[in-house]
Design a protein around this ligand. Sequence first.
Ligand SMILES: *[C@@H]1O[C@H](CO)[C@@H](O)[C@H](O)[C@H]1NC(C)=O
Length: 467
Amino acid sequence: MAKLKPHAVVMAYPLQGHIIPAVHLALRLAAYGCTITFINTEAVHYQTLKATGADCNDPFVPARESGLDIRYETVSDGLPLSFDRSLNHDQFMYSVLHVLSAHVEELLRRLVATTEPPITSLIIDTFFVWPATIGEKLGLPYISFWTEPALIFTLYYHMELLRKNGHFGCQDNRKDAITYIPGVPSIEPKELTSYLQETDTSSVVHQIIFKAFDEAKRAKIILCNTVEELESSTISALKLEKPFYSIGPIFPTGFTRSTVATSLWAESDCTNWLNTKEPGSVLYISFGSYAHVSKRDLCEIAQGILNSKVNFIWVLRPDVVSSDEPNPLPPGFLEETKGHGLVVQWCCQVEVLSHPAVGGFLTHCGWNSILESVWCSVPMLCFPLLTDQFTNRKLVVRDWQIGLAIGELNEVAADDVAEKLKDLMSGKKGERARTEIKKVRKFLQDAVEINGSSQKNFDQFILDLTK
Ligand SMILES: *[C@@H]1O[C@H](CO)[C@@H](O)[C@H](O)[C@H]1NC(C)=O
């Protein structure tokens, strides 16, 4: 019998941090000879289009012109395009929880009935609440794509264990260290993801996580954007549960601006400005694409930056505090920092981090940001806001010692920010972090070389797809 050409449907969760690795995973699979159908929600599709100002309705045209068999579909998330998903987060998430799956099922049924070569698998972001269920209906295996560290996957995977032991889901959660998760020697309750720290577990995101991990338990394979050598004991334990392939770091080819548009906001080019600055002298600041910062915390951080007199590029999305608060910076901040500070709405992060002028990254600790910062050997100042970011900070600060914490939500203080900032950019702790980050960087680099762990796992995954 002729070997079946793999045709995978890849669908990204409709948030920026998930779209980027999903697109690059799709491109990579296509480069290895798979046919790919990539699905975006219509809202993501139009926002990306608006951001790039492109007139092309299909972001994968350049990829197809280079010979890849990658097709593109969009699906409604259930809400009108004009709906402000950032301002009305819970309503958006209710739609993702309850309505999106019906639209996806309709689309997948049409594709299964009409597409050549036939679809052979679903590679779907782990946070979706339907891939195993719909996959079972359509006879397609669900491969779950996890865009956060393996540590976080295993925490959610073992939520019941946390609950049984009183660390999660109780009115009065235990405060002592958690030492019973397979492959995780010890983690403090404060280092859990925000959702695992909350005592009210009835929120829409909790419902999504509970359902998504019921589905993930029925996945055939887990793909994870991490590196085995970074999380070896966690990953060894997960491999006893099911095939778990670490294939990270997944980056755009050549670690440059992607040929496929993935950005939800128009990107400012910071290169000319950076070219005028001394090597290692610029702090890059970004709170990522998703979470909101309180105005209080933003102003304390701004004051700290002002006091430190450091050069900086600050990415402030228009909705970073809220869509209702478009100018959250303290009055006079822009004038006082003129010449040594640049504030932009959005930028190409891999370009900025790769620039030799950048010497530190004040980050919300999103996983993509951490991987990119490590790749560029830029040590971090950590200010987690939401979700996995608290656990990611543990990896950066406590386990790998490649960054410093600058304080907690609603407690961060200007003086402290200024002091930590100086320490990171030119002090002893920064020097130490710079030494350590080169070691972590080498793990990432080695993993993607021929015979590296991530490359070998990827090769094995391609073999599995062709079986
Ligand atoms: C990769 O591993 C194989 C098998 O161990 C070996 O024959 C080959 O030389 C290695 N290639 C490189 C580039 O290290």
